[in-house]
Every structure is written in structure tokens, then in C-alpha cells.
Design a protein around this ligand. Sequence first.
Ligand code: NAP
Length: 287
Amino acid sequence: MPAQIIDGKAIAESVRNQVAAETQQLISDTGVLPHLAAVLVGNDPASEVYVRNKERACQKAGLKSTLHRLDAATTQADLLVLIDTLNLDAGVHGILVQLPLPKHLDSTQILDAILPTKDVDAFHPENTGLMLQGRPRFLPCTPAGVMKMLQVSKIQTAGRHAVVIGRSDIVGKPMAALLVQKGVDATVTICHSRTTDIGAVCRTADILIAAVGIPEFVTGDMIKPGAVVIDVGINRVNERLVGDVDFTAAMTVASSITPVPGGVGPMTIAMLLQNTLTAARIVAGVS
Ligand code: NAP
């Protein structure tokens, strides 16, 4: 039997509808309108698309969004001044700096400068620490989106072996951290470029999460029959979006799988809206 498709588009829509309803409620209860400020430096075409999609999603859900466009030659000092201005602006609840930044900029210093209570991407070390300790303020959007998909699809995690391929600070590491939390209770293995015999490790996974950035890296023979496969990858190959998993092969082995596009991608944006609403709630004193 072919694998069941986990429909990220539909799950994301229901999250966005929920955020829209709760945003209206927050506005009518407190007058606070959640506001996301996005910062885009330069004109990388993929970043332009991501930022536009985020802005559109905010507007559709009734959140305010403002885009700050800066020239590709912007200096570190000028960008830090903008972050400071947004930090001090009581009307801004969430700040997002679109990555990657141009090479001459130090993204760690920029991301660290965002006020942790406005850090809706949840990249700040304070938010990472809170997440690791199981008392999150915001969850990083992509891993949080994956967790939501597993939960909505009623995929059992407790006691199951989850293998995460990739150890980036944005996806792999926080993904593993969320899977191992009490209440989720997966047994977690992280693979990376130095992992020996990665295929053998992946074949032991009940839940296989690929965040590698290599098109169709996960082949059918790396998947245990009946496993759940979550494909975080977004790779552009000949103008086509391709995941980190060989989708056609995986369909014949896995029990459920996320497609690319229409899987994890839409969830990431939905969770960003959720975090912006949470940030506005913190300001409004509503839990
Ligand atoms: P990244 O920072 O480049 O990290 C990639 C990870 O994969 C690294 O930990 C790397 O290991 C590992 N890796 C690379 N080659 C490998 C190999 N041959 N064998 C095993 N592991 C290998 O990428 P990222 O930011 O985490 O993103 C990963 C993918 O997810 C990309 O396709 C990206 O576009 C996508 N993404 C999607 C969303 C979404 O919304 N759906 C959001 C973010 C990212 P080392 O650490 O050893 O180098």
C-alpha cells in the first residue's frame, strides 16, 4: 500500500485559521494588534519569496506586518541600529531577520541582538535554553511545525526511535530536542556528515526526519518499511522544488510521508504566525 500523505498545506491552514480567530479575540479583548516586523537585506530571489509569503500570511490572518528592506551593502552597525529601533518599538511584537544575510554580515551577532521576547524565529540562545528545559517561550518554527504535523496525524512518538538527519541550529538540533522532551518521549538519534553508515542508522528509524539540504539524499533502501518520513528539505533543481527524500521510492516503503512542496514548508509560516500572536499576548498580559 502506498504511504499516506501528511498534508502540510491543510494542517497549516487550520493553524492559520486558529491564529486568525485568536488574533481577533486578542484585539477585541485588549486592543493589541499583533505586529511582525520582517527585515530583508539585499535581494536574494528565494528570500524575497519567503518574506513575501510570510507577509501575505500575516495579512490573511489579520496580523500586521511591516517589511524593512535594506540594501545588500548595509553595514553591521546599520543593521544593529534597525534591530535596536524595532526592539524599542512597543508596537512591534515580533522581529524576523530573513536568512541568509549577505556574507559580510555577522548573523549570530544580529540574531543575538533581537530582544528574546520579540524573537519569533526562536533563534536567540535564551529561547533555545528555555526550549531545551521544556519551558518554551517560542518554539523554532520548522521543528514546531513538524511536531504539529505528527500530533495532528496522530503519529505515536513515545518509545519510538526517531532519527534526525542534520544538526543545524535552525532545524536538526531543535528538532531532536523537541522529540526527546517529556510527553513526546521519542528515543532520538542525530546524524550528520560524519556519521558512519548513515543508511544503517536510518533503517532503524520509526520516524525519519531529513534536514540535510541535499536533493533526494534519503533513498528508498534507507527507510524501514512502515516508517514515518518527514522531509524538511527544500532544494531547487531545474526550477523544481525537491525534498531531501526520494519521494517516489519512499512512497512504496513508508507508512506516511510529507510531500515537497506542500509538507513542512507551509507549517513553518503557520508557526511563525503562532509565535507572533504569542509575542503580542505576552505584551498584552494575556497567557
Ligand atoms: P544546514 O545548516 O546546511 O545543515 C545541513 C545538515 O545536514 C548539517 O548538519 C550537515 O552535517 C548535514 N549533512 C550534510 N551533508 C550530509 C551528508 N552527506 N550526510 C549526512 N548529513 C549531512 O541546513 P538546514 O538549515 O538545517 O536545512 C536543511 C534543509 O531543510 C535544507 O534543504 C533547507 O532548505 C531546508 N529547510 C526547510 C525549511 C522549511 O520550512 N521546510 C526550513 C529550514 C530549512 P554537518 O553539520 O556535519 O555539516
